[in-house]
Each structure stands twice: as structure tokens, then as C-alpha cells.
Design a protein around this ligand. Structure first.
Ligand SMILES: [Zn+2]
Length: 108
């Protein structure tokens, strides 16, 4: 599984600005950071692609993107289905369920 990253409240492009809660970047700054790292680490987009096995004879970025979108769609579909099943398997709500001197709610 891929590393799970958490936003820190500061833009990851290096501009030093604060981001909205839950965001890694200010608008458009992800592209700035991406371009900078590709240039600095690989020398250009073609070099970046080639070093990961992409080329007209190698892996196809567009095909990979399509597969990635399909997988994301399938994962979202599965997560949605699971939530639905959990919701349906929950016992019916019983208001003011009396248990050992404390009123509890079955929905909690
Ligand atoms: Zn930034």
C-alpha cells in the first residue's frame, strides 16, 4: 500500500503559505511543485517518463491513467456498497431503551 500522507496546514510547494484545512497545496501550487521536482530530479518530462518505463515503445501514460480511474471508480463503488450493507444490517432504532439505570439510544 502507498504511503498515507497528511496535510500539515502549510503549502507543500515551499511557498510558506497556509493552506485550507485538509489541503496540501494552495490552488495551482501542486503543479508548480510537480514541475519543479520533475525538472530538478529528471531534467524534463521525457526523462521523467523514461526513467519510470514510459515511452512510445514502453508503458503508455494515458492507458495507465484510464486504468487508474477505473480502479478508483471500483474502489469507491465497493466502499459505498459496504456502507449500505452496514446501514441495512444495523438493528432498528429503539427510542429510550432502558438499560441498568441508564437511558441509552440504540442509534449511538
Ligand atoms: Zn505553495
Amino acid at each position: 500500500m502507498r504511503q498515507r500522507l497528511l496535510p500539515t496546514g502549510i503549502c507543500w510547494c515551499g511557498c510558506g503559505e497556509e493552506t485550507a484545512r485538509g489541503s496540501f497545496f494552495l490552488t495551482g501550487h501542486d503543479k508548480v511543485a510537480e514541475a519543479a521536482v520533475v525538472l530538478a530530479e529528471y531534467g524534463g518530462v521525457a526523462e521523467f517518463l523514461a526513467s519510470h518505463g514510459y515511452s512510445p515503445e514502453g508503458k503508455n501514460p494515458r492507458q495507465v491513467l484510464e486504468i487508474w480511474h477505473e480502479q478508483r471508480k471500483a474502489e469507491r463503488h465497493m466502499a459505498h456498497k459496504k456502507r449500505r450493507e452496514q446501514a441495512l444490517s444495523r438493528p432498528a432504532h429503539k427510542p429510550d431503551l432502558y438499560e441498568g439505570g441508564h437511558y441509552t439510544s440504540a442509534s449511538l
